[in-house]
Design a binder for this molecule. Structure first.
Ligand code: SAM
Length: 278
């Protein structure tokens, strides 16, 4: 069964107001496909019944499913590997020059998806610390708007296929152990859970921290946002970075037209954004 365009627009407007993700008319077929999935999952007779329910409010599990299905959780371990090498080989040594007493680097993975990004950072730090006794410790704040994906991050469990995307072979034997189910692998105790904090956080809604970060990873999430949302999120993140702190974006993203408060610093084929000293 199909939905009339104005009913699809109703859902699209809701998703845009919550997540800033825009469905153009040409993508309505995709939205409709997802609404059919939700309708089945929630046990409705058809998608029109789902729409009727929505007119009374989209909340709870319905809201979570709708927003989850609207997002793209694509990620992998060491995605764009030079960002991780640059963090270890350039960013942290520079932070140490500015703050010689820095014992713990504080990092925010601002749209962590299923956790490959924060755990890749942790492995990169562990490797550096095993080679250099003076390399600082780390603390990682991992957030995502989706509770479902955040729960996956906290499970620390991945399939062989996910491991094969981006992880060097010796990291697999060093940082993973077999999981309870066939073809699952769990991050082992070499990556201590005590170094992480997890929090549900929608970048487009009010958020706050009671401290600043040395590094913010905000990769492959703002790419779906309009320019106003990008400006709002980046200018707010700026306040939570110390002068000289670093921002990392996705490989296809830039701050062009968004902020002039950062210097661009290149490392291999990656670009970092360093908050200007004022
Ligand atoms: C494509 S993944 C990127 C994951 C990781 N940063 C990477 O680059 O591999 C985008 C993530 O952003 C999250 N997301 C989308 N909109 C968001 C928002 N408004 N606030 C917080 N997270 C959001 C999605 O749930 C998804 O997990």
């Amino acid at each position: 069964m199909s939905l009339e365009p104005e009913k699809l627009k109703f859902f699209a407007t809701f998703i845009e107001s919550e997540l800033g993700i825009v469905y153009s008319d040409s993508n309505y077929f995709q939205l409709e496909h997802r609404l059919n999935d939700i309708s089945n999952q929630l046990g409705f007779q058809n998608v029109n019944d789902l729409w009727l329910k929505a007119t009374f409010g989209i909340e709870g599990q319905f809201k979570a499913l709708l927003l989850d299905l609207a997002t793209n959780n694509e990620t992998s371990f060491f995605r764009d590997a030079s960002i991780f090498r640059g963090t270890i080989e350039m960013v942290v040594p520079e932070l140490l020059e500015k703050k010689p007493n820095l014992k713990e680097v504080t990092i925010w993975s601002a749209a962590c998806s299923s956790g490959q990004e924060p755990y890749s950072l942790a492995m990169a730090f562990e490797e550096a610390r095993s080679k250099n006794f003076n390399f600082p410790d780390y603390r990682i704040f991992a957030t995502d708007f989706s509770n479902r994906i955040l729960a996956r991050t906290q499970e620390r469990t991945y399939s062989s296929l996910e491991l094969q995307r981006g992880l060097p072979a010796h990291y697999i034997s060093k940082y993973f152990e077999p999981g309870a189910h066939p073809d699952t692998w769990v991050i082992n105790s070499r990556i201590s859970p005590s170094k992480f904090e997890f929090q549900q956080l929608n970048l487009l809604k009010p958020w706050n921290f009671d401290h600043n970060f040395d590094i913010i990873f905000c990769r492959n999430v703002l790419i779906y946002q309009n320019i106003e949302n990008k400006i709002a999120v980046i200018s707010k993140m700026l306040k939570f970075l110390d002068a000289g702190g670093y921002l990392a974006l996705g490989a296809a993203e830039s701050l062009l037209g968004i902020s002039d408060q950062f210097d661009q610093i290149h490392f291999e084929n990656a670009v970092f954004y360093r908050k200007k000293q004022t």
